[in-house]
Design a binder for this molecule. Sequence first.
Ligand code: AHM
Ligand code: MG
Length: 344
Amino acid sequence: MRSEHLSIGPAGPTFYGQTLEQHLLERQRRASGATGDFTGLFQQISLASKIIGSQVSKAGLANILGLTGQVNVQGEEVQKLDVFANETIVRCVQQGGHVCVMGSEEVEEPIPVPPQYPTGKYVLQFDPLDGSGNIDINASIGTIFSVHRRRTAGSGPGTLEDCLQPGRDIVAAGYVIYGSSNMFVYSTGDGAHGFTLDPAIGEYFLSHENLKIPERGRTYSVNEGNYHKWSPGVQRWVDWVKTPQTDRAAYKLRYIGAMVADFHRTLLTGGIFAYPPDTKNAQGKLRLLYEAAPLAFVCEAAGGAASDGSRRILDIEPTQLHQRTPLYIGSRADVEDAVGVIAG
Ligand code: AHM
Ligand code: MG
């Protein structure tokens, strides 16, 4: 699956393949009536992700500075990384003139475009640093995003109504994983593509073209410490999945606790990631608009499925910016099994 363009052999200089920007420009040329707005928005998201990724890789150092009470060169105190990530995306994107409003996990209300910048036709929603509890243990974390077209009339500032759109109306979604390498994975609905950052050059290069999730995997990914808080149906599914059956071995458990990382593994190797409802969180923990729906969009584009236990995630009509949803996402057969066994 990894493109030959990125293989680094002993023979000397390596020719690099398509960059993320070149990939987008090629699609833009093929799309009739494309204005370049979409490519422009992606350039800003990509830039923000490189800035965030660079800071994430220095998080250990930042902590040391934080512990000594030092301030950075601008005289500001060292910021929490998820707040920094949020501001980085907002600052990069708002200047581009491609969005009319944004929504972020870090901000209670929709984020308007400041009046000094032009507004555009897109709506960007994001979780700037998902799984940020993993920063301190040097484990993978990520950024998740989705793009819709505005649905309110006019060309002025967008509103909450523009944010409250179902996943099936997403025009593009993706995530960036800050891991052993940094990867940018996105879909516009026709296939999902992964790009790996070469930090020496500062560019994402196509490394995983047309990703296909296996029809069925051998791994389940769920916080099993919540077992006692689950419904009998969810308990039944987890008991079933980890028990050998006549036609298969027991599934292996893998849980990093950062959804981007757990989802990325699931996308590449198959299986299922789940965050079911429990007695504490009746709708699960994860947020529909900027966590579940964008990953569901990518997953379906790669041939997988995503459900809340009874509905396709992409068909849920949101009513609140920060609403939560149960999530079962991954290989099509594994998601169908989960939904079936939970329902009894
Ligand atoms: P966050 O957006 O505050 O980082 O929370 C979301 C994260 C997901 O990345 C992850 O799947 C989940 O929370 C883990 O939750 P738990 O610790 O309850 O298993
Ligand atoms: Mg999150």
